[in-house]
Design a protein around this ligand. Structure first.
Ligand SMILES: [Zn+2]
Length: 412
């Protein structure tokens, strides 16, 4: 999310709660520090009346825009804002390549490193008393809680990519997904007056049914919210809570297998085919129903395919869902578009049937899958087709297969 999007959401949230955001009043000591940071780091410091970012809800550094955003609020002592500013300033001095912020460990190490640099910098600039021993212990504890929380949230998100998780937590905190956000905020209101990153992720872990349906289209700034196809079926769940808990378990497996399932044939090897004549090319992945038998492999495959790609590339995602007592076929069509070059991007179609889901004992699996598909509702068109129609479509695609893809192509 960019700064303006954050602003918009924060103001909407305040309005919904009947609050107004206060004016920013910067005290003399903070003003001096802001000036010094701007002069020494070359970053612009923007004081905002609302929490921004996720780590401590108090600051964020955007390296691309060279902007540090800082929470300045009457309820937050300006001493705290100064500490956060030291932390953000420390981020500008880090060697970006030294940490892999996409991994949870790398992300958390980077934050701890910024903390330590902040303490040293404060010492150097004559502000050492901002970080006494007790304060440092508090920051260390916060860092540990953050790491635990990220691992917990990864179980609901189905990914261990720390940048995706941070984004998800921000959206949950800001109630960007109104349905999930509102339920979450109501739950948290009883626990803590100002929802924190740690609180959000703890709820995600303890009550997965609250956040498992989180609108995944929010994770990708460039995903197009599609309006194609018939209106999405509300996919009613008869036992939503049980299915959500079941799905959360699956997502934990998926998260730990991130970017692993497809390459390493953990569940089953998808077959991939290309059509040379089609413009744009169509790439189809066929998941063998005989060897799947659970939704974990399917969820893993689709999430891996969708989220491994450069985030600017994939703009649309379409599901074809067909249902009947005899057969359940799910087909995902991933549409690729590029602002400059839309014609040359391939279209992905992912098909899978779920034989075992026909059985009554796997009703929860089936509901869980519907819940998960629905969590893509804003980025995906959801189509309903008859199984017969879907199967003939699959047959047509396979009859015109140019050649099976090589393993290298699948992995690439
Ligand atoms: Zn930080």
């Amino acid at each position: 999310m960019d700064l303006y999007e954050i602003d918009r959401l924060q103001y909407l949230m305040a309005e919904a709660q009947g609050k107004t955001l206060p004016d920013v009043e910067v005290g003399p000591e903070l003003a001096t520090l802001i000036e010094r940071v701007e002069a020494q780091c070359g970053y612009r410091v923007m004081a905002r009346p609302h929490s921004f970012g996720v780590a401590n809800g108090a600051g964020s550094t955007n390296h691309e825009q060279q902007v540090i955003t800082l929470l300045v609020h009457p309820e937050v002592p300006q001493e705290a804002s100064r500490r956060y500013l030291y932390h953000e300033c420390a981020h500008t001095q880090q060697d970006e390549a030294a940490f892999d912020r996409e991994t949870i460990t790398g992300y958390c190490d980077c934050e701890r490193d910024a903390d330590r640099r902040a303490w040293a910098l404060a010492e150097q600039w004559g502000d050492g008393d901002l970080f006494p021993e007790s304060e440092r212990i508090h920051w260390e504890r916060t860092a540990a809680e953050r790491e635990d929380a990220m691992w917990a949230l990864s179980g609901v998100a189905g990914t261990e990519n720390a940048l995706v998780l941070a984004k998800m937590a921000t959206h949950l905190l800001l109630c960007a997904d109104r349905e999930v956000g509102q339920t979450l905020c109501n739950l948290l209101r009883d626990v803590e007056p100002v929802p924190s990153y740690a609180a959000v992720t703890r709820v995600g872990w303890e009550s997965p049914e609250v956040v498992i349906g989180f609108d995944r289209s929010l994770l990708h700034g460039n995903w197009r919210v599609t309006t194609t196809g018939p209106p999405a079926d509300p996919l009613p769940l008869t036992d939503a809570e049980r299915a959500a808990k079941w799905l959360a378990g699956t997502m934990r497996d998926v998260a730990s297998d991130w970017a692993y399932g497809v390459e390493n044939n953990r569940y089953s090897r998808p077959q991939l085919a290309r059509w040379a004549d089609d413009e744009p090319p169509i790439i189809t992945v066929w998941c063998d129903p005989e060897t799947y038998g659970s939704i974990a492999g399917y969820v893993n495959l689709v999430q891996t395919l969708v989220m491994r790609e450069p985030w600017s590339a994939l703009l649309g995602l379409t599901w074809h869902v067909s249902e009947s007592a005899e057969s359940t076929v799910y087909e995902a069509e991933l549409e690729w578009q590029d602002h400059n070059d839309s014609a040359t991007r391939p279209t992905w179609r992912v098909f899978c049937t779920f034989g075992p889901l026909r059985h009554r004992r796997n009703k929860v699996d089936h509901q869980a899958l519907r819940l998960w598909i629905n969590s893509w509702r804003h980025v995906a068109g959801i189509y309903l087709r008859s199984p017969h129609e879907t199967l003939s479509h699959i047959r047509w695609l396979w009859s015109s297969t140019e050649r099976p893809a090589t393993e290298k192509e699948i992995a690439s």
